[in-house]
Design a protein around this ligand. Structure first.
Ligand SMILES: [Zn+2]
Length: 181
């Protein structure tokens, strides 16, 4: 599974999943996913836009966005590798040359984002349960321990030697619940 680095909010995921076609390409999360796959922030979105607008051979794309053919191909193959693009090959009977007609696989993008969404929800449920099931103590520098650990340390932070005080995590719990709704 692909790893989209950095924090993802439930909101970004929901927003990405609600968009269709080219509109989807304006979504921050979709863009991040595509950049990560193609390693090209400048051209990948324009290439996918071409595919969605019906310019589906590498030559057509290369002309449309004025980008070298080998770069267009490299990006298309990276998308293909990740399952985000597919192609059909046909041979010209006269020249014997092959033409590749490319297609952007939107459903795969939705698949990946849906998986992310599920993973994210699961993680948040786990965090919520962890916060609800435990009592926390922290020092002035923000080191944080569960009651059991804090009591083992006699309520003195082993990192900074500051006193560990009870930390009310109810606002954090409320925040988590809000993010999940
Ligand atoms: Zn500390």
């Amino acid at each position: 599974m692909l790893n989209v680095n950095g924090p993802i909010t439930q909101e970004q995921i929901k927003s990405s999943l609600s968009k269709e076609g080219a509109e989807m390409l304006n979504e921050h999360l979709v863009q991040r996913l595509i950049y990560e796959i193609t390693e090209d922030n400048e051209n990948s979105i324009s290439i996918i836009k071409c595919l969605l607008e019906g310019k589906i051979t590498d030559e057509e794309i290369s002309e449309e966005i004025e980008l070298r053919l080998n770069i267009v191909r490299k990006i298309l193959y990276r998308l293909y590798d990740a399952g985000l693009a597919s192609y059909k090959r046909s041979k010209d009977p006269e020249t014997q040359w092959y033409t590749y007609r490319w297609k952007f696989e939107k459903d795969k993008v939705i698949d990946i984002i849906t998986k992310k969404f599920e993973e994210n929800s699961r993680e948040m449920e786990e965090s919520l349960a962890y916060e609800e099931d435990n009592m926390f103590f922290s020092c002035i520098n923000g080191c944080r321990y569960k009651f059991e650990e804090a009591s083992e340390y006699n309520f003195v932070c082993p990192e900074c030697e500051k006193t560990l005080e009870y930390q009310d995590n109810s606002s954090l719990i409320t925040e988590l619940k809000e993010q999940m709704s």
